[in-house]
Every structure is written in C-alpha cells, then in structure tokens.
Design a protein around this ligand. Structure first.
Ligand SMILES: NC(=O)c1ccc[n+]([C@@H]2O[C@H](COP(=O)([O-])OP(=O)(O)OC[C@H]3O[C@@H](n4cnc5c(N)ncnc54)[C@H](OP(=O)(O)O)[C@@H]3O)[C@@H](O)[C@H]2O)c1
Length: 246
C-alpha cells in the first residue's frame, strides 16, 4: 500500500530505527519516497540500514541523554512525520524492580517521547506545516502482565501522553496516535517471549491465535502517518489479534 500513501518528499524521523519495528518503518517510509532520518543507539545498525536503504540519514544517539537529544535534533529537522518507536522492556517481578531499570525505562519509553515530540512539534508549528506523530505503545498499556510493572506503566503513561498531545497539538494541525501491538518476535520479543510455555499461554489469550508480524505493525503505523487517517487523532490502534477484547 506504500505508493498511495502520499509520503513522497515528506520528511520523517523514526526513533529506535536500528532494529525491529523501527528499522522496518524507516525502510518502508524510505521506499515510499519519504526523506527519512533514522535515529538509534548502535552505530553499526544504522550503517547497515543506510547501506540497505540509500538516502536514509542516520542519527546515532542515546535518547536517554536529554542534552544530547536536544543538541542533535535542533539541527536535524524540520520533520512532518514522527514515529516515537524506541523503547526498552526490562522485565522484573514487582518486588525486585530496581531503581536503574525504572529510571532507564522512564527515560527511554516516556521522557524521550515527550522531549523529541516537543522539539519536532515546535519545528512543525514554526514551519506552519501539518504533521503526524505515531507513538509505539503496546497491549501492555491496558492489561497487567506478570513482571511488566515498569513496562506496563510506561506504556500506559505513553497512551495518556499521546491523548494530551493530540488535544493540544490538534489546533496546529498535528495529529497524534498510538499503535498498540501484541508480542512481535523482534529482538525485544525474543528476549521476553521465547519460553514456549510463556508464549503458548499468551497465544491462547489472543483470539486470532498468533503473535503479530513486524509488517502488521508497520502497516498500521503507515496508515496513521498518512492522510488516509486525516480525521483520526488521539486514538490507539490495537494490533493485538483481539487480545484486549478477550
Ligand atoms: N516486540 C514486541 O513484542 C513489542 C510488543 C508491543 C510493543 N512493542 C514496542 O514496539 C517498539 C519497538 O520494539 P521492537 O520489538 O522493535 O524492539 P527492539 O527490537 O528491541 O528494537 C528497539 C530499537 O530501539 C533502539 N533503542 C532502544 N533504546 C534506545 C535509546 N535509548 N536511544 C536510541 N535508540 C534506542 C534499539 O537500539 P539498541 O539495540 O542499539 O539499543 C533498537 O534499535 C517499542 O516501543 C516496543 O515497546 C514491541
């Protein structure tokens, strides 16, 4: 569906674009003619992405570093499309949650989304261009999952942050939505869901009886970035095979 989505020549920033879902979104946007800046933490991932997709602009940065983010993004924009995708999933039983895991998760999964979005939205407003922001949340924002106290909390906060952003940025013609996937077998998915007993228990709770593919999530993100969803803002699009209605 990429060619009809109107991305040609539009400038896009994708965070967490080195691996997994973010990498696939950056590649799809680039194939659809967008001018993509791919932000991630590991330089080698960005180098291989730039080789695969000539034209993608790599931006190597740890989003947990507020000052470095500010400095890098001040000169990188302006963008019309933003995908806040980078996140960490540091799973620990509630009674064993460490301050380090909590701080890192809040820094990457929540603070950086607010900060990157502020910088990019200010640039959109200054340029007077309409914009679309997609925040990559999770089914875990709306359902308690064992060992996910911190991850669930950051994604739940991300859903509400996205709604407030939609409310305040709407008058500037900037739309803000989330996608909320079920498990996807990326590096993050493999680390947390490779145990066959654990994954079978999750799949049993998904009406469609399977985990999501990376492309399922990419397609939903592209839809929410595109003018095909021009009247949609403040919404959460579940890519969960029905998990949340089960
Ligand atoms: N996979 C799932 O089952 C699943 C389910 C629901 C929602 N999600 C959400 O989908 C999004 C993408 O997940 P994924 O599965 O594609 O994850 P992934 O395979 O772990 O990839 C995450 C990417 O984000 C980058 N990143 C992480 N921390 C960063 C930081 N501080 N600064 C810059 N880049 C950073 C990583 O770079 P490094 O590797 O170099 O750190 C990596 O390139 C996340 O928001 C996740 O919460 C995933």
């Amino acid at each position: 569906m990429e060619p009809q989505l109107g991305f040609r020549g539009r400038r896009a920033l994708v965070t967490g674009a080195g691996k997994g879902i973010g990498r696939a979104v950056a590649a799809a946007l680039s194939r659809a003619g967008a001018r993509v800046t791919a932000l991630s933490r590991t330089a080698a991932d960005l180098e291989s992405l730039a080789q695969e997709c000539p034209g993608i602009e790599p931006l190597c940065l740890d989003l947990a570093d507020w000052e470095a983010t500010e400095a890098a993004l001040r000169t990188a924009g302006p963008f019309e499309l933003l995908v806040n995708n980078a996140a960490v999933a540091l799973l620990q039983p509630f009674l064993e949650v460490t301050r380090e895991a909590l701080d890192r998760s809040l820094d990457v999964n929540l603070r950086s989304v607010l900060h990157v979005s502020q910088i990019v939205a200010r640039q959109m407003i200054a340029q007077g261009v309409p914009g679309a922001i997609v925040n990559v949340s999770s089914q875990a924002s709306q359902r308690a999952l064992r060992d996910h106290a911190v991850y669930c909390s950051t994604k739940s906060a991300l859903d509400m942050l996205s709604k407030v952003m939609a409310m305040e940025l709407g008058p500037h013609k900037i739309r803000v939505n989330t996608v909320n996937p079920t498990v996807v077998m990326t590096d993050m998915g493999r680390i947390n869901w490779s145990d066959p007993q654990k994954s079978a228990a999750m799949i049993n709770r998904i009406p469609l009886g399977k985990f999501a593919e990376v492309d399922d999530v990419v397609n939903s993100i592209l839809f929410l970035l595109s003018d095909k969803s021009a009247m949609t803002t403040g919404s959460s699009l579940m890519v969960d095979g029905g998990f949340l209605v089960s």
